[in-house]
Design a protein around this ligand. Sequence first.
Ligand code: EPZ
Length: 429
Amino acid sequence: MDRIRIVGGHKLHGAIPISGAKNAALPLMIASLLTEDTLTLENVPRLADVIQLQRILGNHGVDITVQGKQPGDVANRGATLHISAARIVDTTAPYDLVSRMRASFWVFGPLVARMGEAKVSMPGGCAIGTRPVDLLIMALERLGAEIEIEGGYVIARARKGLRGAEIVFPKVTVGGTHTALMAATLARGTTVIENAAREPEIVDVGECLVKMGAKISGLGTSRIVVEGVSRLGGARHSVLPDRIETGTYAMAAAMTGGDVLLEGARPELLQAALDVLVQAGAEVSSTNEGIRIARNGAGIAPVEVTTQPFPGFPTDLQAQLMALMTRAKGTSHITETIFENRFMHVQELARLGAHIHLDGETATIEGVERLKGAPVMATDLRASVSLVIAALAAEGETMVNRVYHLDRGFERLEEKLSGCGAEISRISG
Ligand code: EPZ
């Protein structure tokens, strides 16, 4: 199993290109199930999760060609995928595939909408909490699907197609909103989604669906209205920049000090996180090329942050912010309201010398003068990268084990950080 070795203490200086967003690329690939025509996606990050989803879609009969770089392409731009679901050969998503990646459950909505049936394994628990799918099932039920749960599978049938309905989510859910939105595009009549998620990745998927011929209004608001159409066609769409990758490298730059340009990043995608970084003492400015983060001389100030659905501070940056606050001059509080068990990084940060106390959903972090390198291990993607951030500022060597978590969501992480002066390398085997 690969490991990552980091020797801390180097300031970051330079530029980091921001990749396409994993959490938009995955549902965009799934949206291909809604049409017989080819969906072309550009700027798709080359990540383990994307490759895994290619396998899952392949199982349904979807044909995917990955196009190499074109002459004149911007360096480091992601791959272009031509995805054709002309013939869906299987409407079952089996346990061994769904259990490896939760987002693969999202094939459920498009399969029922286009094929009138789907049998998808319940995803089960995961490292960041229980993460049920009851609201995704509720959305399809509202759209007229008959649902049965049998042998760990959710089976949905809508032989005569789905019909528009009002779907009111009792809590904001990204996966629930993706499912309702995609399924409603092919339902008969009008669907109103209330308390919809406003995450930029939902807007990106919605904009792609519009290019495919869907009739959608209210994207980016908590009330989305969809007029169903009888068929969708092909389209070409470029995946938006990854706001979580952007925020992660912004925290890394704030942690080590230095000056980094996050190329292609868009500030409006993570304003809440940038505001917190300013409070913490970083200088943040946006330019035509992206976002610049600098911290020169000034120490890190403590902050009080609660995770919220977009436009609030994202849960997917909570672990990274906690790593940054381990070196603040004072005490910070971070409250996690989205996932109840998303604190697995706390024990590992403590191995590097952090002082963190957990009380229910709130972590109290007392900043320390110095962190010291140690072997660490992580249980999920964002937790792993928080250890990388802490290690960049720790004295001596840190070995991060179970790197496959990082490979699920961060494209060329070592290359991007070492390009800015970090001492970081992968040890294979
Ligand atoms: C998406 O997960 C993201 N995944 C997560 O990113 C992200 O942390 C999360 O949204 C919140 O922003 C992808 O986009 C692939 P939710 P999702 O449904 O859709 C509860 C990462 O690191 N809930 O918005 O699964 C749920 O338990 C990942 O990239 C129900 O109760 O999250 C949670 O408390 C991790 N019933 C809350 O809603 C349901 O049926 C929000 O979850 C569905 C969700």
